[in-house]
Design a protein around this ligand. Structure first.
Ligand code: BG6
Ligand code: MG
Length: 217
C-alpha cells in the first residue's frame, strides 16, 4: 500500500532542467568542450561538483580542486539568474492538481532532490506548502544513485520504503529509488528510464488510481 510520494524537483515538478543544461553547456563550451543533450542525461540528478567532473571526463581534462570550486560557483551564478526570473508558470503540467489530490487523499509528500537551490525554487514557484518534508542537496552526503536522499525522506515522513513511490526524471534518480526499495514512476522517455515501474510523460498522466495500482505490483 502506498502512503507517501517522494518527488524529485528539477525536471519533475519544475522546468529547471533546461536552465541547468544551458548553464553547463555554456561552461563546457568555455572550456573548449562540446556538450550535447545526450551528454546532459548523465548530469541529471547528480550533484553540482559531480556534474563538473563528468563534463571534464567528457573533455578529457583535469583541473585542481580550487579551480573546480570556482567553476561550480560560476555555473551556479548563471543558473540563479534564470531561477530569479522563475514564476509559478514554470511548474510542469499536472503538478499542482496532482499535489492537491494527494493532499486530499491524505498522502504524505516529501522532496528528494540533489539541488542545494531546492528550497529557493519551491518558494519562488509557490510549491513549498505542499511538502511534509524536504530533503535536498544540503542534507545528503551520498548523491543519487545512492538511496540516501529517499531513505532520509521516508524516515522524515515516518513511513517504510515499501510504502513510498518516487517520481524521477533522471536515470541516477530511478536507480536511487530502486536502491531504496521503493516503487518508481519515471517522468520522461520509457527507453531512457527503463528501470522505472511505469513511465509517464508528465503529471497529467498520474492519478490516485494509478498509484494504488502501483502499490499492488
Ligand atoms: C539535480 C539536477 O536536481 O540537482 C542536477 O538534476 C543538478 O542537474 C543537481 O546538478 C544539483 O543542483 P544545484 O542546484 O545544487 O546545483
Ligand atoms: Mg531531476
Amino acid at each position: 500500500q502506498i502512503t507517501a510520494c517522494l518527488f524529485d524537483l528539477d525536471g519533475v515538478l519544475v522546468d529547471t532542467a533546461v536552465y541547468h543544461y544551458k548553464a553547463w553547456r555554456d561552461l563546457a563550451n568555455s572550456l573548449g568542450i562540446d556538450f550535447t543533450e545526450e551528454d546532459n542525461e548523465r548530469l541529471k540528478g547528480v550533484s553540482r561538483v559531480r556534474s563538473l567532473e563528468i563534463i571534464l571526463e567528457i573533455g578529457g581534462q583535469t583541473l585542481d580542486q580550487e579551480k573546480m570550486l570556482a567553476l561550480c560557483e560560476q555555473k551556479n551564478t548563471e543558473y540563479l539568474k534564470d531561477v530569479a526570473q522563475m514564476t509559478p508558470a514554470e511548474i510542469l503540467p499536472g503538478v499542482v492538481d496532482f499535489l492537491k489530490t494527494l493532499k486530499q487523499e491524505g498522502m504524505l509528500i516529501a522532496l528528494g532532490s540533489a539541488s542545494k537551490n531546492a528550497q529557493l525554487i519551491l518558494e519562488r514557484t509557490g510549491l513549498l506548502g505542499y511538502f511534509d518534508a524536504i530533503i535536498d542537496g544540503r542534507h545528503v552526503i551520498n548523491g543519487k544513485p545512492d538511496p540516501e536522499v529517499f531513505l532520509k525522506g521516508a524516515e522524515a515522513l515516518g513511513v517504510q520504503p515499501e510504502n513510498c513511490v518516487v517520481f524521477e526524471d533522471a536515470v541516477a534518480g530511478v536507480e536511487a529509488a530502486k536502491n531504496a526499495g521503493m516503487r518508481c514512476v519515471g517522468v520522461g522517455e520509457p527507453e531512457t528510464l527503463a528501470m522505472a515501474d511505469i513511465v509517464v510523460k508528465d503529471m497529467t498522466e498520474m492519478s490516485v488510481a494509478r498509484l494504488r495500482e502501483l502499490g499492488q505490483k
